[in-house]
Ligand binder design. Sequence first.
Ligand code: NAD
Length: 433
Amino acid sequence: MKIAVVGTGYVGLVTGTCFAETGNKVTCVDIDQSKVEKLASGEITIYEPGLEKIFLRNLKEGRLKFTTSLEDGIQEADIIFLALPTPPGADGAADLKYVLSVADHLGKILKGYKVIVDKSTVPVGTADKVKQAIAVHYKGEFDVVSNPEFLREGVAVDDFMKPDRVVVGTDSERARKIMGDLFAPFVRQGNPIIYMDERSAELTKYAANSFLAMKISFMNEIAQLCEKMGADVDMVRKGIGSDERIGKRFLFPGIGYGGSCFPKDVQALIRSSAEVGYQFNILEAVEKVNAHQKLHLVHKIRKYFGDQLTGKHFALWGLSFKPNTDDIREAPALEMIDALLTQGATITAFDPEAMPNVRKHLGDRIQLASSQYDTLNNADALIIATEWSEFRTPDFEMIETKLKQKVIFDGRNLFDVKQMAGLGFHYESIGRK
Ligand code: NAD
């Protein structure tokens, strides 16, 4: 099939590359000229494990192209995917200006039947708005389908190539058949394509992300209780996770959820619930707990060093919002950095992939080191904000030699509490004694 993907960010680039990988001819469109130039010349613009190899192969074999022209990009396409940003607007609701302006533009340039697919996370009713925006100028036949994306950054290629399920929201038989054919190679192992109406598909995405955010906030509250009651959250996690109704995944406490999806999607669902006169109480609590949890480690640091941190210097490991990505949007590390700098501290940080993005975001407000161990010189404590694998079994002797004091604040529970006590570290983690 011939496919256009409009918006070539984390979702669009993975979507375009993976569709090319199954033999489709894909053109990715983006308004960011430098991004398009880099991609067209074979330079990948995001860090996503496994993506570069298939990106380069499909580029070389001519199945993957890049352009800044929407008109050129969609000309031959049977299906047009919209993988555009839907950031929170001033009131917290998802801002649809990117999606609707492209829909308006499409209305002016469409020629003949095409399926337009909302892959962005969009509020209920957006497929109707997209239809209306296109129909202002285009009087021919077309269908708008909601096909929310469930990939996780860090394992996005696997998630896209072998999805747990594909959700397709459409009332059109014609669009349903086209989407079914397109996704058939991705569901050969029997995972379902779940067909539904557009509105249910749109709400499914928000419900999924909000449920996962709720699981995280719930465990973070259990961790708070563990600290106060002398219980161990690792034991409680194992104890409840072995119940199949609860499940083992997403039960790890930490320093709150971040990233480009959970915070904005929780906020957007609260907002769109309010618009229909419903107060989503659980989600309001989820947000409140998360805001508190993001600063939990800072509270521990201030309890240990005192409220004024002037003259204190910290080593920080991990900046991305989770491991295996360079994405720093809403990363808890950034909030911690802000709080520590405000209290007068200085910071040297390391992250395997996210440092270029942090440099753009923070300028020289913190120092960046070329290795995890180079952060430690003259630091009063080590802080861990992201659970990159390479931080899991570090050289503790080296840490001890370089740090001014043997103090570690671990927001991801990477180390064994007894082992750390044995090594003589003052070690604080989340929800453990
Ligand atoms: P992103 O910011 O990484 O990418 C968006 C891209 O769209 C950018 O490259 C931007 O330059 C481009 N763009 C903006 N306006 C444009 C226009 N008029 N024409 C062409 N290109 C334009 O965003 P993302 O993380 O890929 O997210 C896209 C959507 O997918 C969002 O709705 C998000 O909620 C959803 N989503 C994201 C993830 C994720 O893990 N990142 C997962 C599932 C769903």
